[in-house]
Design a protein around this ligand. Structure first.
Ligand SMILES: NC(=O)c1ccc[n+]([C@@H]2O[C@H](COP(=O)([O-])OP(=O)(O)OC[C@H]3O[C@@H](n4cnc5c(N)ncnc54)[C@H](OP(=O)(O)O)[C@@H]3O)[C@@H](O)[C@H]2O)c1
Length: 375
């Protein structure tokens, strides 16, 4: 087997391991590592939670003395800073690893090539780029936060076949079936924050929480409500149990503080005003500062329209139910009429059934979303 194939195979395994941390590593990236000696994997590790050992340290521990002279294959550049744990580059050097293969540089400015440089300075051969695209998919939000200063934004919409997102009489009822709603739970669970608009809180009173347990605990995402006028009742279910952040317009800050004064764990902050409500770019910048990597948006057509119009959606996830709700029912998104030049801003990347519903996933086409009406 050529060295390249061995590296690529080992990287695939490291990516598999990293994916085990999908629901738990936040705000850290999901990272996996394998130690390869004489064509055989002699140690494996993956990062579980912030504050717990990094993948490299666990893999080195599993390999023991066999790590000396071996190749470490890791899905992200080994760190060179002392964060909650000591630097992994130092651990690899101390273990006598001869070669390190990593998928990409760490975009975190505290690392950003520093781990690779430290390894090379110690005489360790370093290969960068193996499995780069596949490994990046593990951490879209971690890369977005450091490269673009904002979280990776996923907008979810549940719609009828005629792209209606609620009943015409606004009754509180599901459009999609249980399997689709269970799928939504897994997306929420991997996200650092779930965001909605005041309209949805006022009409549906959703909880927006995670009801799945991973191992011994359920990690609740931060629940974020864009409530410009501080109109949402503090008794709304989204605020129950704390862990919520309410963004209001500056003039509503005092009223919002007063309304939520008795709700522990509910934080209120002001954002500048913008068309339709509050400034979405400012919301994203603030969430990035709070170390939100992946943001899951579940909202009604008005806020959905604003996200789309501003070109801020990285992934669009639509569940289509096989039913028709009619022309009087609310649309998928409230948007101005498109002209031809707007073109398609998204491309389909996946289609799958969940029960009787169809889920489609689309990603933003960067070059075209760059000239969207919002930019
Ligand atoms: N099918 C689905 O996937 C789905 C999901 C959620 C909700 N819904 C349905 O959507 C309906 C509610 O729709 P909606 O449009 O009123 O709710 P929404 O989009 O969730 O909320 C809209 C409100 O968010 C606030 N907001 C803050 N910043 C904004 C901005 N930059 N742009 C736009 N809005 C901003 C405004 O509050 P103020 O009005 O206070 O200024 C605005 O009216 C309900 O019938 C619900 O069932 C469907």
């Amino acid at each position: 087997m050529s060295a390249d194939v061995a590296d690529a195979d080992a990287m695939r395994r490291a990516i598999e391991l990293a994916a085990r941390g999908l629901f738990t590593t936040d705000p850290n990236p999901r990272v996996g590592c394998v130690i390869v000696r004489d064509g055989r994997i002699v140690g494996e590790g993956w990062h579980r939670r912030a504050g717990e050992p990094h993948a490299e340290v666990l893999a080195l521990g599993a390999a023991g003395a066999a790590a000396r002279g071996a190749t470490a294959v890791v899905t992200l550049e080994p760190c060179c800073h002392t964060g909650r744990t000591p630097p992994c580059a130092d651990a690899l050097i101390a273990a006598g690893v001869a070669r390190v293969v990593c998928a990409s540089q760490d975009p975190n400015p505290r690392v950003a090539g520093g781990g690779i440089a430290r390894l090379r300075a110690a005489g360790v051969e370093v290969v960068v780029g193996t499995g780069a695209r596949e490994a990046r998919v593990l951490n879209p939000g971690f890369f977005a936060r450091f490269e673009r200063g904002r979280p990776h934004v996923r907008l979810k919409l549940a719609a009828s076949l005629d792209a209606r997102t609620a009943f015409a009489d606004r009754r509180r009822a599901w459009i999609t079936g249980e399997a689709a709603r269970e799928d939504v739970q897994t997306w929420r669970a991997r996200s650092a924050a779930v965001l909605t608009g005041a309209g949805t809180v006022r009409s549906d009173d959703p909880r927006l929480d995670v009801r799945l347990a991973y191992g011994d605990r359920v990690r609740q995402p931060l629940r974020v409500v864009l409530d410009p006028q501080a109109s949402c009742a503090p008794t709304a279910r989204v605020f129950a149990g704390g862990g919520a952040l309410v963004f209001v317009a500056p003039e509503a800050l005092a009223a919002a503080h007063a309304a939520h004064a008795g709700s522990p764990g509910v934080r209120v902050e002001a954002l500048p005003r913008a068309a339709g409500g509050v400034d979405l770019e400012a919301a994203l910048a603030r969430l990035a500062a709070l170390e939100v990597n992946e943001l899951w948006v579940e909202c009604g057509p008005r806020l959905a329209g604003s996200w789309l119009e501003r070109g801020l959606v990285d992934e669009l996830i639509v569940y289509y139910a096989p039913r028709l709700l009619g022309a009087d029912a609310p649309p998928l998104a409230v948007l101005p009429a498109a002209d031809d030049s707007a073109g398609a801003h998204f491309e389909f990347i996946d289609a799958r059934f969940f029960g009787r519903d169809l889920r489609v996933i689309l990603t933003a086409r960067r070059e075209e979303s760059a000239c969207s009406p919002g930019s």
